[in-house]
Design a protein around this ligand. Structure first.
Ligand SMILES: *Cc1c(COP(=O)(O)O)cnc(C)c1O
Length: 238
């Protein structure tokens, strides 16, 4: 594949940063008394070319996250390797068909009608779509997520939707220079999960933590950390 107009990809630099992130994630697990196998790194490749995904997969990544439905579809077609794709952005209902049945997990479901559309499309493809419920635990301005007070009702409703399986919760606090600022949000998400988990629906996954705060998120129980910049470098402008 020719580089064309695309930003050149430095596969060696991506591989080195991937290894450094893996080491830091493993260290955060050990510091928290957790097994490194409990935490999956979702390499967030939004706005980076497919060649960057090829590079991180060659370095050992198994899970890749995208924010925009069309970009996910195009990159998925361009990436040769078997990858578990994650849709981590805010999904419009009219884009659900592009994602349903195509990704391992949809992280940021904050409305029942979106889940119903995902379920309908997944069933048509002969699949069940795993999802997470997005919760704005901190109450700050966030791109997605229902308020914590609304979470029990959302979760009860999502559990009843055909064609999807609710696997846990996701949150995305506004980035802060000091990761301690976001610790209470991560802790609150875990508490919410512990309160709402049932034997039939244990909500095993907590998707929380990004480049600047994944160690704190892991200390607070994250099972999926969504890491972009620390792996791929600065994102090209949109
Ligand atoms: C972009 C993005 C990330 C990754 O952010 P970095 O700070 O680059 O690690 C994680 N989660 C979501 C939902 C994102 O949109």
């Amino acid at each position: 594949m020719s580089a064309g107009a695309e930003v050149a990809v430095d596969a060696g630099a991506i591989a080195a940063r991937w290894r450094a992130v893996r080491v830091a994630v493993d260290a955060a697990c050990v510091a928290a008394g957790r097994a490194p196998a409990e935490v999956t790194i979702v390499a967030v490749s939004k706005r980076h070319p497919a060649a960057a995904v090829d590079a991180v997969v060659a370095a050992g990544a198994t899970d890749v996250g995208e924010n925009y439905a069309q970009e996910l579809v195009a990159k998925r077609a361009a990436v040769g390797a078997a990858v578990r794709w994650h849709f981590i952005g805010r999904l419009q209902r009219n884009k659900a068909r592009l994602v349903a049945g195509q990704v391992a997990l949809v992280h940021a479901v904050d409305a029942v009608d979106l889940a119903e559309e995902l379920g309908r499309r997944a069933r048509a493809a002969g699949a069940i779509q795993p999802i997470l419920a997005a919760v704005n635990v901190g109450g700050e301005a966030q791109k997605s997520g229902v308020a914590a007070a609304e979470a029990p009702a959302l979760i009860a409703a999502l559990r009843a939707v055909d064609g999807v399986r609710l696997d846990g919760l996701m949150t995305m606090p506004p980035p802060a220079d000091d990761p301690e600022v976001v610790r209470p949000a991560f802790r609150a998400l875990r508490r919410l999960r512990d309160e709402l988990a049932t034997a039939a629906s244990p909500l095993p996954h907590l998707s929380m933590g990004m480049s600047g705060d994944f160690a704190v998120a892991i200390a607070e129980g994250a099972t999926l950390v969504r890491i972009g910049t620390a792996i791929f470098g600065e994102r090209p402008p949109a």
